[in-house]
Design a binder for this molecule. Structure first.
Ligand code: BEZ
Length: 249
């Protein structure tokens, strides 16, 4: 299983904006009252809780035991499960996913599992990083990785598909794609780039000795400042979202 290590408190501090900005994709789900809804990559369950409050029978799954514990603490049913190995058969009316799929390397395995998990007529409503997402951060991370003796390309943990690529993948699995949009969404970072990197750059920093991790992240931050920090010192990340809706016929 691909497990991920997250610190729920640090996630809430540095990335609390992630579920807040997931509101519009939640609305795309439409009516959920009385429906069985899977939240794929539920994180700490902020949006799962909103689905539950809207009357859905929810189940959250996440690869991180820490996040599953945080979601359960919120009162939503959640299980630790790899999104690339979903173990459900025709169990849900809808699968919802916000800001999670890009962490899953094998997109075919994920979407095949979602297809199996849906009942006929069920829908997948998803937002994830799309083509060009955090491009500046990726370039800076890979440059710093080279300077610190790491192979950035080999460590690169994310998948940011284009609309064409993801649409073709969904169609090949048997989905009917109803909507597919690539949306540039510059995103203010409440705790700056350093806070963002602390939370999200673990796939790179964990390969460095502890005493080299902060210098590595400071180097990345310095490279990004001319592009992503304004004169007041506010940081904005170059997020690009891929938002789609697909139905299992
Ligand atoms: C994202 O939500 O697009 C994202 C977050 C962290 C790392 C990479 C992408």
């Amino acid at each position: 299983m691909t497990s991920q290590t997250w610190n729920a408190a640090s996630y809430q501090e540095n990335a609390g904006f992630v579920p807040i900005l997931g509101g519009p994709v939640l609305e795309l789900l439409g009516e959920v009252a009385g429906q069985d809804v899977l939240d794929l990559g539920c994180g700490d369950g902020v949006l799962t809780e909103r689905l539950q409050a809207a009357g859905a029978r929810v189940m959250g799954v996440d690869a991180s035991a820490e996040m599953v514990a945080a979601a359960r603490k919120r009162g939503v049913p959640a299980e630790q499960m790899d999104g690339q190995d979903l173990r459900f058969d025709a169990r849900f009316d809808a699968v919802f996913s916000n800001a999670a799929l890009h962490w899953m390397r094998d997109q075919d395995a994920v979407l095949q599992g979602v297809f199996r998990a849906l009942r006929p007529g069920g829908r997948l409503v998803c937002e994830m990083g799309g083509q060009g997402n955090v491009a500046a951060e990726v370039v800076a991370l890979h440059q710093a990785a080279a300077e610190f003796g790491l192979d950035g390309a080999a460590l690169h943990p994310w998948r940011f598909p284009s609309p064409q690529e993801q649409g073709d993948r969904l169609a090949a699995i048997g989905f009917t794609v109803q909507r597919m949009e690539l949306i540039p969404r510059p995103t203010p970072l409440p705790t700056g780039m350093y806070g963002w990197l602390i939370t999200f750059a673990g796939p790179y920093t964990r390969h460095l000795p502890v005493e080299r991790q902060e210098p590595f992240l400071r180097r990345v931050e310095a490279m990004l400042a001319p592009a992503l920090r304004d004169q007041q010192g506010n940081w904005t990340a170059d997020y690009v979202r891929l938002r789609f809706v697909a139905e299992r016929p």
